[in-house]
Write a protein that binds this ligand. Structure first.
Ligand SMILES: [Zn+2]
Length: 180
């Protein structure tokens, strides 16, 4: 961040009065531009055969790798609304009975994930941000081609503890690719 989006002047790093850490502050109008963590919202969608819906990414980062339908939350929506929107945008899937399942803190890159579990409701397709979307049994999961370690941990938990539907919070060091 270099310029004030209110007046266009240069920004400086300063600790504002009453604050305890440096912020981007405008050198002209003194507006403080806070930067806070981003929310990633998504779903773990399963069908009545116990398969899980994954999307192969058509965008960077991790183009070509498999992920749960998920993305950045938008202004004006709830975490659930965002998760369902992403599920439609990436997999053209409608779901039923969504329930919060997994929270991931990723402090190193300032992200928090909210993953809902849900049941596939009808058919699905393939959204513009996906190369393909597919249902996988556990033994079919492309473990070495998962986009993010959050996806890896979520899938591992789902298949290893199928009856554990509690909301779980977990901190992830870095969401790089995880091997199996
Ligand atoms: Zn300004």
């Amino acid at each position: 961040m270099k310029f004030c989006n209110l007046c266009g002047s240069d920004l400086a790093q300063r600790v504002p009065a009453g604050d305890n850490r440096p912020r981007h502050q405008c050198t002209e109008c003194n507006e403080i531009h806070y930067q806070n963590p981003k929310m990633v919202v998504g779903t773990l969608v399963s069908d009545d055969q116990g398969r899980v819906l994954l999307c192969r990414r058509a965008i960077e980062p991790r183009h070509g790798y498999w992920t749960l339908p998920a993305g950045y939350m938008e202004n004006g929506e709830t975490t659930l609304q965002g998760a369902l929107r992403e599920t439609w945008e990436e997999a053209e899937a409608n779901v039923s009975t969504p329930a919060l399942y997994q929270i991931f803190n990723v402090p190193r890159i300032n992200q928090v994930y909210f993953i809902y579990r849900a049941t596939l409701d009808g058919a699905f397709g393939c959204g513009e941000e996906s190369l393909e979307c597919q249902l996988f049994h556990q033994h079919e999961i492309p473990w070495d081609e998962l986009a993010f370690s959050t996806v890896y941990h979520c899938l591992k938990r789902w298949f290893q503890h199928p009856n554990d539907h509690q909301v779980q919070e977990r901190t992830i060091d870095y969401p790089a690719r995880a091997s199996s």
